[in-house]
Design a protein around this ligand. Structure first.
Ligand code: FAQ
Length: 324
């Protein structure tokens, strides 16, 4: 072994020991290139999902049925923008540039969650997104609070607290509609029928078709497989659906006493593949709107940069004056 090989072996051994001891890898620590690349991929996709994820609900901001619902929805969308910011900041600790990540998103070189490519047809969709989509996000993200990469794990703690509030507001909205008219109850059931299967697909492909899971679990980035988390979500949601008074659109749903879990049907994996490939109902619209918003915001970024440069220049001039 050369001296360099010995150094790398020692660094690798330290990295493995930190991960095995459930401690955190921090930005300045040595890490394998593939670990860094996996984190950039996942965190960037996650950040893009939060930002694109504002669009489906944003569709109802100007048409919310009351001032209270509008204020709540606005606050939720703002939280999602904030989650995007924490996540881009976490990605930047790995040496990538946020502007470059955004370019990759709008060019189709990076992904975002499939779930945000479905339309929001009625106000009940706002409630169902809160209940099912945020519910699925919580199932997926609470374990990420124990992810081996420090900045990602810490960002997840706050994100999950806010997602819990989002889920509750969605459920409360749906409870209110279910206590309303027959037409309102129908709207809720229709929204549940449309969002149930896409929510199950949020967890990713089945384990035997998930190329990244084994390695990400080995590095303790992911803490559970896609199928484990999907099952956890179904088990959590079935009693909530009963309490709400809606039917989940899956004839195969049945309690399995032996497993102590709910059996459920197979999502249409070809649909997930199509949506991930960019061929879902709203992919083109979502990406186009993101591109337009990014271009429209160029003047804000330029102004902020010019202001920061001006401030830095003034600070330098002051330092020079006080040194004289
Ligand atoms: N959509 O090998 P795996 C939210 C891709 S935030 C699109 O299993 P992995 C908050 C995957 O990237 C929702 N693509 O991959 C909110 C990979 O492609 P690549 C976002 C998907 O990474 C709520 C390929 O398929 N949450 O909801 C999807 O081990 C309400 C093979 O898959 C996160 O991002 C999909 N559903 O596991 C906001 C959580 N599934 O990259 C607004 C963090 C898979 O090799 C309103 N991410 N793919 O080209 C994760 O936990 C993981 O990345 C998974 C995928 C579980 C999503």
């Amino acid at each position: 072994m050369t001296a360099t090989e010995t150094d790398v072996a020692a660094l690798e051994a330290r990295f493995d020991a930190v991960v095995a001891a459930e401690q955190r890898i921090e930005p300045r620590d040595w890490m394998p290139d593939a670990y860094r690349a996996t984190l950039v991929r996942q965190i960037a996709q996650h950040a893009h999902s939060e930002i694109i994820g504002m669009q489906p609900e944003g569709n109802w901001l100007t048409r919310a049925p009351s001032l209270r619902r509008k204020a709540t929805l606005l606050a939720k969308a703002q939280d999602e923008a904030g989650h995007g910011l924490y996540l881009y900041a976490a990605a930047e600790t790995l040496g990538v540039d946020r502007a470059e990540l955004t370019e990759k998103l709008v060019d189709g070189r990076q992904k975002y969650s499939s779930i945000f490519n479905y339309p929001t047809l009625t106000f009940a969709d706002v409630g169902v997104i809160g209940w099912l989509v945020d519910g699925a996000a919580i199932c997926n993200q609470v374990p990420l609070c124990r992810c081996s990469y420090g900045p990602y794990a810490r960002a997840m703690v706050r994100v999950c607290k806010e997602e819990s509030f989002h889920q509750r507001q969605g459920y409360e909205l749906l409870m209110t509609m279910m206590r309303g008219t027959t037409a309102q109850r129908r709207m809720v059931q229709d929204a549940v029928d449309r969002w149930w299967w896409p929510s199950l697909m949020m967890f990713g492909p089945p384990d035997d078709d998930s190329p990244n899971t084994a390695r990400s679990m080995g590095w303790r980035i992911k803490r559970h497989t896609n199928d484990e988390l999907r099952q956890r979500f179904v088990d959590m949601t079935v009693p909530q659906a009963e309490h709400l008074g809606v039917t989940l659109p899956d004839p195969a749903l049945a309690w399995n006493a032996e497993r102590g879990s709910w059996d459920f049907g197979e999502p249409d994996w070809s649909e997930l593949k199509q949506v991930i490939k960019g061929q879902g109902p709203c992919n083109a619209q979502r990406v186009e709107r993101r591109r337009a918003a990014h271009e429209d915001g160029a003047w804000v970024r330029e102004a902020a940069l010019a202001y920061a440069q001006k401030q830095a220049g003034q600070r330098q001039a002051e330092q020079k004056r006080s040194a004289q």
